[in-house]
Design a protein around this ligand. Structure first.
Ligand SMILES: Cc1cc2nc3c(=O)[nH]c(=O)nc-3n(C[C@H](O)[C@H](O)[C@H](O)COP(=O)(O)OP(=O)(O)OC[C@H]3O[C@@H](n4cnc5c(N)ncnc54)[C@H](O)[C@@H]3O)c2cc1C
Length: 406
């Protein structure tokens, strides 16, 4: 084989692949190519998420999520200010609506403090309306460091930085497979073979499959969970000033529909979490028989379902019934009526599940010979993306033979 064309190939034009490529091209004199299967960047999780810059409130102190979210959040605010990306550090209110949620609210407060959050304030019922005039609850937690942003715009700026530093970003080019040679990797793509010295996979919903196609056993499987949104009609947007969240169930922190003001206007309500029958299944009608068979034959998936089917049925009910969805929202804002919300699209979460049926909670990034695979990057990975990109670039500097720093 002739000498490899690229030092590094990055798979996936979501926020993690782009952030990683941006850090590598800015820190090292690497020849780098990033390939994205779709015809645009941020086509999946990144471009269909809630647009929240998370504060770091929820995560177990010391976890990768906690460390990367807090540092990544500030890096994201700085980046957006420097590059003119639409964002607003508007704060959010977590609202307890029944006494049995108070211990979990206290625990959130403790975790937030342990994770170094500034300005957290526990609010009694009578002060909630000073911040959100239409909310109802028995207590709340004000989180001033939470914000909103346009992550698609962030990705466009990341891509511009990569190109400016000499990197290549190609859309409509899908990774198909990879062969190892003594001095290079031969990466098969829909745009022909490309040769590189090392590879970084940030494939989101396809992360486990890409790892296997590279000869790396991921030890988990991606299970897709669709998150469906409604939006408030323009006349009723005044019901929500910023972000209103319920107290999460500690076992399923990503469950619980909430209200989010969007950075370009409008207010979204959701998302729920419904099992999708296709990896990129944005609607109920999107079903892939091969994806369903792959899921059903995975013991981890069967164990997950056996354990949590009741919770899953509740989410499905809220997905099929607008009334049930609205009822969940009315716990936070009782004035909301069915006619105040209209359907507003969906995103699909790539949730890694291990063979025991446990949801892999923390970020998981593994190194293999001449490769790094991002196997689990759920929320708050968009918030933390700059920090995660730096972490991966540091791993690459240790594991790969990268040219001298730029
Ligand atoms: C509904 C929802 C709401 C969320 N809300 C928030 C939030 O408010 N704040 C937050 O911080 N996080 C949020 N998240 C999480 C966040 O969006 C993700 O953690 C983050 O976007 C993950 O980025 P990624 O680059 O790993 O994945 P993705 O954005 O999914 O990117 C992976 C990319 O790889 C590409 N790809 C896949 N296979 C191939 C292949 N074979 N060849 C080439 N390319 C390939 C895909 O097309 C895709 O573009 C949310 C997620 C969802 C789904």
């Amino acid at each position: 084989m002739t000498s490899p064309r690229y030092d590094v190939a990055v798979i996936g034009g979501g926020i993690i692949g782009l952030s990683t490529a941006m850090t590598l091209t800015s820190r090292f004199r690497v020849s780098l190519i990033l390939i994205e299967a779709e015809d645009r960047l941020a086509a999946h999780q990144t471009g269909n998420n809630s647009g929240v810059i998370h504060s770091g409130l929820y995560y177990k102190p010391g976890s990768l999520k906690a460390q990367n979210c807090v540092k990544g959040r500030e890096a994201m605010y700085r980046f957006c200010s420097e590059h003119g990306v639409a964002h607003d550090r508007c704060g959010k209110l977590v609202v307890a609506t029944s006494p049995d949620e108070l211990p979990a609210l206290d625990e959130l407060h403790r975790r937030g403090q342990a994770n170094g959050l500034q300005g957290l304030r526990r609010l009694p019922s009578e002060q909630l309306r000073d911040y959100e005039p239409h909310v109802a609850g028995i207590a709340g937690l004000l989180v001033p460091e939470t914000g909103i942003v346009d992550y698609k715009q962030v990705c466009e700026v990341f891509a511009a930085q990569i190109r400016q530093a000499g990197g290549t970003v190609q859309t409509s080019r899908r990774f198909l497979g990879c062969k190892r040679h003594s001095d290079a990797l031969a990466v098969e793509t829909t745009g022909g073979e490309l040769s590189c010295k090392s590879l970084i996979s940030c494939g989101g919903l396809q992360a486990d499959r890409i790892a296997r196609a590279c000869g790396v056993e991921p030890g988990l499987q991606i299970v897709p969970f669709r998150g469906e949104y409604y939006e408030l009609t323009p006349e009723r947007r005044s019901l929500v000033k910023n972000l209103i969240y319920p107290v999460p169930d500690p076992r399923f922190p990503f469950l619980g529909v909430h209200f989010t003001r969007m950075v370009h206007g409008g207010v979204e309500a959701g998302p729920n979490a419904v099992l999708a029958l296709k990896r990129e299944g944005y609607r109920h009608s999107n079903i892939s028989l091969s994806d369903v068979i792959e899921m059903a034959s995975y013991a981890g998936f069967r164990r997950l379902i056996a354990r949590y089917w009741k919770t899953g049925m509740g989410e499905l009910h809220r997905s099929l019934s607008k009334r049930a969805f609205c009822k969940a929202l009315q716990r936070l804002v009782p004035e909301l009526r069915m006619e105040d919300i209209t359907p507003a699209g969906a995103g699909v979460r790539a949730q890694a599940v291990d063979p025991s049926g446990a949801i892999v909670d923390d970020f998981r990034i593994v190194a293999a010979e001449r490769m790094i695979h991002v196997l689990n990057a759920p929320s708050p990975a968009a918030t933390a993306s700059i920090r995660i990109g730096e972490t991966i670039a540091e791993m690459a500097a240790r594991n790969f033979e990268l040219p001298v720093p730029a």
